[in-house]
Design a binder for this molecule. Structure first.
Ligand SMILES: CC1=C(CCC(=O)O)c2cc3nc(cc4[nH]c(cc5[nH]c(cc1n2)c(C)c5CCC(=O)O)c(CCC(=O)O)c4C)C(CCC(=O)O)=C3C
Ligand SMILES: [Fe+2]
Length: 365
């Protein structure tokens, strides 16, 4: 059977966006933090992270590489599906991309949101964003669907496992004796609770990925490796509880407990954007060095072959379901596939919050 992506006539890669040069940094940060109550001091601090890299986030180039890799995989499989790219917080903005796509005749879009795990920040906020873009465009908007969260896609998990194995091999004596520190973006406890209302929560999604990778590593090593899940990049009011432990505190605790080598595995991120490039490669690696721990940072899934192949498989499966064909869905771990359409009330900012902000590809509140 030849593969095809109908009823979709374009793939939208929808991402966060980031500054390209010094003058972009403050306007970008204002876009990101509008209405979020993030203290000025935190903004200045995060601005410094960007200035440390010449005012430029690596995220835009990484998204262009992702687009190119998806195009290449689609072409290899002889599937006609143009790939376009739009962001929430910086150029090219999603609304502009969608307007152009529609002008070129695109009627129905499948969207890949570049966050693997479901939470307000990684999913509902994108659904709100896409609904707002659709409203703004009116009759000039294509119909938009969104791919389900892909954290437990076997390709994503495999690509993370490969990267961790490679990082482990780069340590003196190899991965044997290393502690695996899985890392993801921290979120407020209230956002965590809200993520768990209609299905497994943000933390539980990561714990499931960790369990699968731990099991694979244990099988290869002949014995389990110790591991843990830690968090980076917390912001907001310091009095507000966010998911812990912070990766730096955790590394210090591991040193106290006698750990001498670690692999830092950023399973929460798909590319080496600022959270990885600064919060892990500058801060966390420095913390490890200060405590005499040998550390290797595993790569993100980036454009690794199993990841890209898995994404294209997911897109074709979704397209088939939209055509009315039941197709088998393969997932890693114990949680199963998330629904194509997010259930009512899923992934709010807080579990007690009903904002009435419209969303697409999810039932409205
Ligand atoms: C879960 C999650 C992901 C998903 C993981 C993923 O998709 O990879 C993610 C991605 C990203 N977050 C990013 C940047 C920022 N996030 C901020 C703020 C926040 N993030 C949060 C959570 C997440 N964020 C939260 C709960 C806040 C607090 C305010 C709010 O509720 O929104 C702020 C404001 C300053 C600060 O507070 O740090 C910035 C600048 C970039 C771009 C990086 C680059 O430029 O390379 C990316 C990909
Ligand atoms: Fe963020």
């Amino acid at each position: 059977m030849t593969e095809n992506a109908l009823p979709y006539d374009a793939l939208l890669v929808c991402s966060f966006g980031g500054p390209n040069e010094t003058d972009d940094v403050i306007p970008f940060l204002r876009n990101v933090t509008r209405g979020k109550g993030i203290p000025e001091a935190r903004l200045a601090e995060v601005g410094e992270h960007y200035h440390h890299f010449g005012g430029r986030s690596p995220i835009n180039e990484q998204n262009l590489e992702l687009v190119a890799a998806l195009q290449a995989e689609l072409a290899r499989r002889e599937i006609t599906l143009p790939v376009v790219w739009g962001n929430r917080n910086w150029h090219p903005y999603t609304v502009d991309t969608l307007r152009d796509a529609h002008a070129f005749g695109v009627k129905r879009v499948i969207t890949l949101v570049t966050s693997a795990y479901a939470s307000y920040s990684g999913s509902r906020q994108y659904r709100e964003h896409l609904a707002a873009a659709t409203t703004e465009l009116g009759a000039a908007a294509p119909e938009i669907d969104i791919l389900r969260p892909f954290f437990n896609d076997p390709g994503f998990v495999q690509a993370n496992l490969d990267a961790i194995r490679e990082a482990g091999a780069s340590l003196e004596g190899g991965i044997a004796g290393a502690h695996i520190v899985y890392v993801t973006h921290s979120i407020p406890d209230t956002m965590q609770d809200a993520s768990a209302v209609t299905g497994p929560g943000y933390r539980e999604q990561h714990e499931d990925v960790r369990a699968v990778i731990d099991a694979a590593l244990a099988q290869e090593a002949g014995a389990p490796l110790p591991s843990s899940l830690a968090y980076c990049s917390r912001s907001g009011d310091p009095r507000t509880p966010w998911l812990e432990p912070d990766v730096n505190d955790h590394i210090a605790e591991l040193a106290q407990a006698g750990v001498t080598k670690i692999v830092i595995a950023p399973i929460g991120f798909i590319s080496d954007h600022m959270e990885v490039a600064f919060d892990l490669d500058v801060e966390a690696l420095e913390t490890a060095a200060e405590h005499g721990i040998a550390a290797a940072r595993a790569g993100t899934v980036s454009v690794r072959e199993p990841f890209i192949r898995g994404l294209v498989d997911m897109i074709l499966e979704r397209a088939a379901r939209e055509r009315g064909t039941e197709v088998p869905v393969d997932t890693a771990g114990s949680l199963g596939a998330f629904p194509d359409v997010a259930p009512p009330g899923s992934c709010r900012m807080r579990h007690d919050e009903v904002t009435g902000i419209p969303v697409i590809a999810g039932a409205d509140d």
